[in-house]
Ligand binder design. Structure first.
Ligand code: ASP
Length: 738
């Protein structure tokens, strides 16, 4: 009994003394949601946390369900009495009535509230804004981004209730998504704000100390009203005017008077910006500018950008995206004047920019534009051919747009043609990349080429018959797995223990589902098991015993190891062991020693397999399968089953890779091709070439197709067994460069 009492006393002492101290230490680092969970752990935790006022200065309900009810109950708690920030961004179930209820109770006045974020709370109307702002008279920042129903009446409430505003975000937004019925087109849903000149005039009259203003997509505003704001709110440090087409130089010239301006976004989205060199020359008076986005300001030329270079010597970021009228001349001016500050310069789509700069001039400029190893050939204008060069991004296709305008409540719908899709289906496959000598004997070459040709025909026929890209890549890779000439399925190479450990993955670009397996020793077609993981489990990746058990569960064809262990592969392993090397496909690969020169009549040449396809309706898929590396450690997993490295597909493009798995994983090769297309707007071939060039020489090959029906087969090894065909009749089977 005494012992129990002593333990209880110690427990209590621990709770009383230690818990508050621990809570004091950890609470500054806790996200508020975690702190709320901890409250219920014990009365001691509760007491310790509730007593820490810093923790309750923020009420974070963003994206939460039943946010209105939660807000009301939170505000009834004493610990929230000193709230500074309320975040309701994208919160659900928050409506006018919640703020009205708070107002009616009369008890709650958020006197210390500085920032109220109501972004995308679509059920709030002007009435709700009125009630909400009446609760917080000392608000300094208000964000009402993308609330479709708001009008000037909201601004009236704001200026009446909150006299201290210095940061106002009233922008509309733009959503875009791929439409199912025509998968290569993007629907852009643009939500503009209804706030008009009257609203902005109120802002100008009441908030002369305004520091940040975002009027993105407030398309009802006119030049006159903007001029007034710019004249009156001369303390502005940040001005966001993205996607506004109605303003002219009359208003833009006034921006030049904003002496404190550091951030200016004038992106003309879809090429509708009226800003000309005159307006830009005035803006060049803003000597403190560090961020300037001129994307799609299509009337601008070198004259305006040179003025900016000379006037804004602290620029850190400049985007000239999509401006056709700028040339090398403006870059020279920037390199002279802004070399100490500029870190990012976007000249994507600036087809007037032609020259190659020497690396040294950019080092001097300290400017990362876009960097990748270039060829060793001399380029015109390259100052020093011995130093690597940086190529300016250029020549990206501008989007063509068609617009349907209409809809109520300020919604505008634009249909923007993405990649045109005149080209129909396409397919590409590989049978491994490596240091394949041109002297590879015909008896080793021909059976593989014949298999590639047969599989290509099979895939093309299936696409012609209307099969989906996903079915086709699985079908083709199964066929390649069944062929003992390739390093996958039946031809899989052996581990240092003399066993097979096969791996494979598949990805469906239409919905980004994917499946992967590794460590298989009995499954005849690993690619189909990967597809079953994708289709039949909630997971993406199964390995070793679990994957084998799943295979048995699913009743897929299995064989004992002797089916896979071919004489050729035993010989390959013996050779690799004698030479003490781990070997990739066609190349001898040694982790510890330099790569040895390939031996022409080496009997060890075999290759991983992969297939990518785009079907007639633009659906994309990728599949890859391998036995890995000859003499690899048991348990080693390569790139092939790693989504993003060996295999990747989305709505834009599908990629399958081969080569040194470790390098491919490090460089996330498959995903990178897609990312370069997505983020740089480059065509497939250029994107793939660029990614391959960034991986160590001799280590990667890939096949890829895009939704537009483009095909590319890129490698930085001496060769790659590869084949492709497109609907327009092009077909190719090859090993080395043409
Ligand atoms: N990438 C494979 C691996 O490293 C080998 C290959 O592509 O040949 O496992």
């Amino acid at each position: 009994m005494a012992a129990a009492a002593a333990a209880a006393a110690a427990d209590e002492a621990w709770c009383r003394e230690t818990v508050p101290r621990v809570m004091e230490l950890v609470s500054p680092r806790l996200p508020q949601r975690d702190a709320c969970v901890l409250l219920s752990v014990s009365p001691w935790c509760h007491r310790a946390l509730a007593a820490n006022p810093k923790l309750w200065e923020v009420l974070d309900l963003h994206e939460m369900k039943k946010a209105g009810e939660r807000l009301i109950s939170a505000l009834s708690l004493a610990r929230y009495r000193h709230l500074k920030v309320v975040n309701l961004e994208f919160a659900q179930d928050i409506e006018d009535r919640h703020f009205l209820r708070l107002k009616e109770t009369g008890a709650i006045l958020l006197e210390e509230l500085e920032f109220l974020n109501l972004n995308a709370c679509q059920k709030i109307s002007d009435t709700g804004i009125g009630a909400a702002t009446s609760l917080c008279p000392n608000l300094r920042a208000l964000s009402i981004y993308w609330i479709v129903g708001l009008t000037d009446a909201s601004i009236e409430h704001v200026v009446k209730n909150c006299k201290q505003i210095i940061d106002l975000n009233m922008s509309g937004c733009k959503l875009y998504f791929l439409v199912a019925f025509y998968p290569t087109d993007w629907i852009y849903i643009t939500c503009t704000q209804n706030i008009s000149d009257r609203g902005i005039q109120l802002v100008a009259d009441n908030y002369q100390g305004l520091q940040k203003l975002d009027i993105t997509r407030c398309i009802k505003l006119t030049d006159d009203a903007l001029q007034k704001v710019l004249e009156k709110c001369s303390a502005l440090e940040s001005l966001n005017m993205y996607a506004l087409s109605s303003f002219t130089d009359k208003a833009y010239t006034k921006i030049g008077y904003l002496g404190n301006l550091t951030f200016l976004d004038l992106c003309g989205a879809q090429g509708s910006q009226n800003l000309t060199d005159d307006g830009l020359s005035s803006i060049s008076r803003c000597g403190s500018l560090t961020y300037l986005n001129l994307s799609w300001c299509v009337r601008v030329t070198d004259v305006g950008v040179v003025a900016i270079a000379q006037g804004c010597r602290s620029l850190e970021l400049l985007s000239l995206f999509g401006i056709l009228g700028v040339t090398d001349a403006c870059l020279e001016a920037l390199s002279k004047s802004c070399s100490n500050s500029l870190t990012t310069l976007d000249v994507n789509g600036c087809t007037g920019i032609k020259i190659w700069f020497s690396y040294s001039s950019f080092l001097q400029m300290n400017c990362l534009i876009d960097e990748y190893p270039c060829s060793t050939e001399e380029e015109p204008g390259r100052a020093d051919p011995t130093v690597p060069t940086i190529e300016l991004l250029q020549g990206a296709q501008l989007e063509t747009t068609a617009q349907h305008t209409g809809g109520a409540g300020g919604w505008t719908i634009e249909l923007v043609a993405g990649a045109d899709r005149p080209m129909g289906w396409a397919i590409a496959l590989h049978g491994g990349a490596g240091d394949i000598p041109r002297t590879l004997p015909p008896e080793r070459r021909e059976p593989r080429l014949a298999t590639l040709r047969r599989c290509l025909d099979l895939g093309a026929a299936a696409l012609r018959a209307g099969r989906s890209a996903l079915d086709v890549v699985e079908l083709v890779v199964r066929e390649l797995e069944d062929c003992p000439h390739f390093n996958a399925g039946k031809g899989s190479v052996l581990t240092s223990d003399g066993t097979v450990e096969m791996e494979a993955s598949v990805m469906d670009g239409t919905d980004m589902r994917c499946g992967a397996v590794s460590g298989l020793s009995t499954v005849v077609n690993p690619i189909s098991l990967a597809r079953l993981v994708m289709d039949k489990t909630p997971h993406i990746y199964l390995a070793f015993d679990g994957a084998e058990a799943f295979a048995r569960d699913q009743g897929v064809e299995i064989r004992d190891q002797s089916h896979f262990i071919t004489e050729e592969n035993i010989e390959r392993l013996r050779n690799a062991k004698e030479a003490n090397r781990v070997q990739i496909d066609y190349t001898q690969y040694n982790y510890t020693q330099p790569i040895q020169a390939p031996n022409d009549d080496d009997n060890s040449r075999t290759g991983t397999v992969g297939c990518v396809a785009v079907d007639a309706s633009g659906g994309l898929a990728s599949a890859t399968s391998t036995g890995g590396l000859v003499n690899k450690m048991a348990g080693r997993v390569g790139d092939t089953p790693v989504i993003g490295a060996g295999t990747y597909a989305n709505a834009l493009c599908a990629v399958s890779t081969t080569g040194k798995g470790e390098d491919i994983i490090r460089h996330t090769v498959a995903r990178d091709v897609v990312a370069v297309m997505e983020h740089r707007g480059l065509p497939l071939e250029e994107a793939a070439a660029r990614v391959v060039a960034g991986v160590p020489r001799g280590s990667v090959g890939l096949v890829a197709v895009s939704a537009a029906g483009e095909v590319t087969m890129a490698y930085n090894t001496t060769g790659m067994f590869r084949a492709c065909a497109t609907e327009d009749g092009h077909s190719e089977v090859a090993i080395w460069p043409a």
